[in-house]
Every structure is written in C-alpha cells, then in structure tokens.
Design a protein. Structure first.
Length: 517
C-alpha cells in the first residue's frame, strides 16, 4: 500500500531504513461492483441457509457436551476424563464441529506437517489469530484444551462446550485468577502426557493477518516444548478477518457464509525446544517463538498489542495508542458544548491537587451526570476515586487549538516538573514524564517510564530539563513528529464528520470507526 492508506503506517524518520510493518489492527475489504452483486445474491440465498443450519448443529453439540460432565464432581473434573464419556462425547463433538464449519462454507481444511504427541509438545501455540473462525484449528488438533474467560461459562452452549473441554478459565475480575491459571497450565503441561495438549492463541486478540502481534508469555511460563501451529486462509477475498477496525461480527459472518467455498490451511511446525535461558524467561521464549512463526508465515513480528481495551503500536522507542483517549475526551466535551480553551483550570505548577467527580463537574461547568461521569473516567483515579487536577489542566490545554506545540510542551513541563534539593533547576522525573505521555499520546506508563530512563542515561539527577524535554518532544526525528501529529493533526478528530479520515501518529491517514458493521 502507498503512504496514506489506513492499512500501513509510515516511518516517522524520513531517512531510509527498513520497511515498516503493516498496521495489524485495521482491515479493509474493497469489493468491485461485480463482487458486490455476487455477495448480494449469495448473501440473500446461500448465507441464511448456511447460518441457520450451522446454528442447529451448534445446539446439537450441547447434549454431547453436557453428557461428558454430567454427574461428575469438581474434584473429578480436576483430572482428565476417560472411558466411555471420552470416546462417545469426544467423537460426537468432533464430528459435529466439523459439520458446523462445513455448513458455514469451510469445505476444505488442508493440513501440513505432523502434530506432535502430548509428550513431545504439551502446549500448542496457534497464530495468526485473526477471526472468531480460528477455533477450526482445534479439529486437526483433536480438540485440545483451551484457555478462556470465566465469563464465557454463562453463554448458552459455549459454556457447556467449555465445561466439556475442561478449559482453563481466567477471570478478569479476580486478581488471583491469573496466578491460578499459570499454576494450572504448568500442572497440565508437566503431567507427563496424562493431560491432552493445551492450545493457546498467544497474541490474545485478533489482527488482520498482515503481522504478528506481540506474544503474551502465558503459553511459555511452564518452560516446556511447544509446537507452533500456523493458520492461513488462502482465499481470493479475505472475508474472515475480524480486526479492531473493520467489518464487525455479523458482516464477517455474512460475507464468509456468502462465499461458495472457504479454505483453511493448518500447518504444524517442528516442535520448539526452549533453551535453559528461555525456560527461565517466558518473555524471551515467547519472542523467539513469535519470530520463528513470523518467518514461516512471511510476515513481520511486531511489538504491537492491546493494552487494556486500546491497540498500541510502536513508534521509535515508544509505544503509543493507535487512537489516544484524549481525542475521545475532546468529542465528549464538545458534544456537551464545552470549549476547552474557555476553562480556567487554575492548576498549580509542580503541585498535585486531587479533586472529586463533583469538583471536576463544577470546575468544568458540566451539569449532565452522564457527561461528567464519561469525561471523569478518562483520567487515572487513585484509591479514593480522585484525579490529579494537573491531568485535567494538561488535557484541556492540549484540546485547545490556540496554543502552539512549544507553549503546550512548556506547560506540560511546568505542571509536572519537580524541585529537588540536589538539582539546580526543576526537572521532569519518571512519574511526571509518564503522565504527560500517557495523557497526550496514550502511551502505557511502563513504556514511557522505560523511555525516560533511557533519555536520562548519564545524567546526574535522573530528570529532564525543559530544554531536554522539548528537544525530545519537538525536535527528535521520530518523537517530534509523533507529538505534532497527535496534538495538531491536519484533520482534527473532533472536527471530522462521519466517514472523514483522521490523521495518525505516524503521519498516515486513518479511516474512521465504522459503527454497526
């Protein structure tokens, strides 16, 4: 793609260098007029029949899933199910699952390579994870165990299938849940072949297949050998990708069911045996397996990932949000009729002042409770539910188009720089630097703190002066353009009408989110 396409982001450094990877969070499907006519016809005739039959088969799976665990205690479910339950129910679910995908149009599953035994590789890692159709990879893997959210247990049929699978469940609301999941994965992976294999999608979320997202270390914590499994959809049109921005669930389902035939390639790579260092370092292990799989796929291995609910890309030495929450905050405030430039914040430089939601509403002269709650939620709250008013002041200043970038960065420095006895001038330390980058660029605080440490290397006070901070934010070949694009985009996000592209941090143009796709 050429520069300016939402599918790519351009390098910030104008000097020649290695090609930048495609944006894995955006998927666009361009159809010709003839293809649109074909999809309309097949979508009206073929897709409804396919989807209806597939849902019937999905509900037929429930009795087999229920029968396998019926009457078993929680203690019994801590061990692998064997005997007639395993034989009858496992084969029933396997056969009906293949029929379900066949009815949705996946007429062929082509398998390359050989699946390793559970003793050779207790863990399978599948990538790229690009769609809700990816569970089709479980079929040639003989229905291995999976890791899923505990909340999915309440979903009809899906919950029954997770119990049938003896899935390892993780709860987002229980801080101790992740630790228990790690222990359970390690217990099963080191059972000497007693348990079936466990399959992970190490990216943790869907992308557009053009690059691998950063692998999470969960599949690699046990330090046992893993077998990489590649998933490809070698169809003429990519109707299956379900990325952060692009066709939604119903559209992906409808387009795929409208295809006469969809093909899936599943390739088993040789088992990856970790080195002693990789066994001790799950992150290193995950990164190395990611590179092996990316090389086999012929696509880049990236550091892109989701942090919370936002996609994060890598620019230079910094991770930044694809769309900073600052933009969304601006939309909320302008929808409420508030002009950020007309708010007298009165924030005191260098000193935090914690305010409640009620004081926040009074200061910004907001009366609608829903607007107040929505705007207040954009700022980091402490244990008492208070926010630092300096954060609010900087956000409002950034949304006010009347300030130059030099004035804005000077204000940011003045708000968060601190005085230290041993330092001759006020300096910007790690916490303040991280807050500024998080507010203005959507950068995760740990990533910003790491960059701050790199910028301060060799300095006596581990802090940045105003001159150093502005050199970084205004004149650095990479990050200077990052600041100018996020804070003064040529097409401001709040001014964009529906369907109008907005500028991204990399200097490219980003298509707007399509609601209802």
């Amino acid at each position: 793609m050429s520069q300016g396409s939402p599918g790519d982001w351009a390098p910030l450094d104008p000097t020649p260098g290695p090609p930048t990877p495609p944006n894995p969070f955006v998927h666009e499907l361009h159809l010709s007029r003839l293809q649109r006519v074909k999809f309309c016809l097949l979508g009206a005739l073929l897709a409804p029949i396919r989807v209806l039959l597939a849902f019937i088969v999905l509900f037929l799976l429930w009795p087999f899933a229920w029968l396998q665990v019926a009457g078993l205690t929680e203690e019994q479910l801590q061990e692998p199910i064997t005997g007639w339950r395993k034989t009858v129910c496992h084969n029933g679910v396997l056969g009906l699952s293949r029929l379900l995908f066949f009815l949705l149009g996946f007429l062929r599953i082509r398998v390359r390579g050989q699946r390793a035994s559970r003793l050779q590789a207790p863990v399978l890692v599948a990538a790229p994870h690009s769609t809700f159709f990816d569970p089709i990879v479980l079929l040639p893997c003989d229905l291995p165990k999976v890791v899923s959210r505990a909340e999915n247990l309440s979903v009809p049929v899906i919950g029954a299938l997770l119990r049938f699978n003896q899935a390892i469940l993780v709860s987002r609301h229980d801080p101790a849940s992740r630790r228990r999941v790690v222990e359970e994965v390690r217990r099963r992976a080191t059972s000497g072949g007693k348990w079936p294999q466990v399959l992970f999608f190490p990216e943790g979320t869907c992308s557009n297949k053009k690059a691998l997202l950063k692998f999470k270390p969960g599949a690699f914590i046990a330090g046992v050998p893993v077998q990489p499994v590649l998933i490809r959809y070698p169809n003429s049109l990519d109707t299956t990708s379900w990325a952060w921005r692009g066709p939604g669930v119903l559209k992906v389902l409808w387009l795929t069911a409208s295809q006469p035939c969809s093909i899936v390639d599943v390739e088993f790579l040789p088992v990856y045996h970790p080195s002693p260092e990789e066994s001790r370092n799950p992150t290193l292990y995950a990164n190395n397996v990611q590179r092996v799989m990316a090389q086999a796929l012929g696509i880049p291995a990236t550091e892109c990932e989701f942090v919370g609910s936002l996609p994060v890309i890598v620019v230079g030495r910094l991770k930044v949000a694809l769309e900073p929450q600052l933009w969304e905050l601006g939309k909320v405030l302008r929808k409420a009729g508030l002009s950020p430039g007309h708010v007298d914040t009165g924030a005191e430089p260098g000193r935090s002042r914690m305010i409640s939601q009620e004081e926040f509403a009074r200061q910004l002269q907001l009366s609608d409770p829903q607007t107040v709650a929505g705007a207040f939620s954009y700022f980091q709250q402490d244990a008492k539910g208070l926010v630092d008013f300096r954060d609010v002041a900087l956000a409002l200043a950034a949304l006010d188009g009347g300030r130059s970038l030099e004035e804005l960065t000077r204000l940011a420095f003045e708000l968060f720089a601190e005085e230290q006895v041993e330092a001759p001038d006020r300096l910007l330390y790690k916490d303040g630097f991280s807050t500024i980058l998080h507010l203005l660029l959507g950068s995760p605080r740990p990533a910003a703190a790491t960059l701050h440490a790199e910028l301060c290397q060799g300095g006596p006070h581990q802090g940045l002066s105003l001159c150093q901070f502005q050199d970084f934010s205004l004149h650095d070949p990479l990050h200077g353009k990052l600041f100018s694009t996020y804070l003064r985009p040529s097409q401001k996000p709040h001014a964009s009408s529906p369907g109008t592209p907005t500028a991204l941090a990399n200097g490219t143009v980003q298509a707007p989110k399509q609601k209802g796709d």
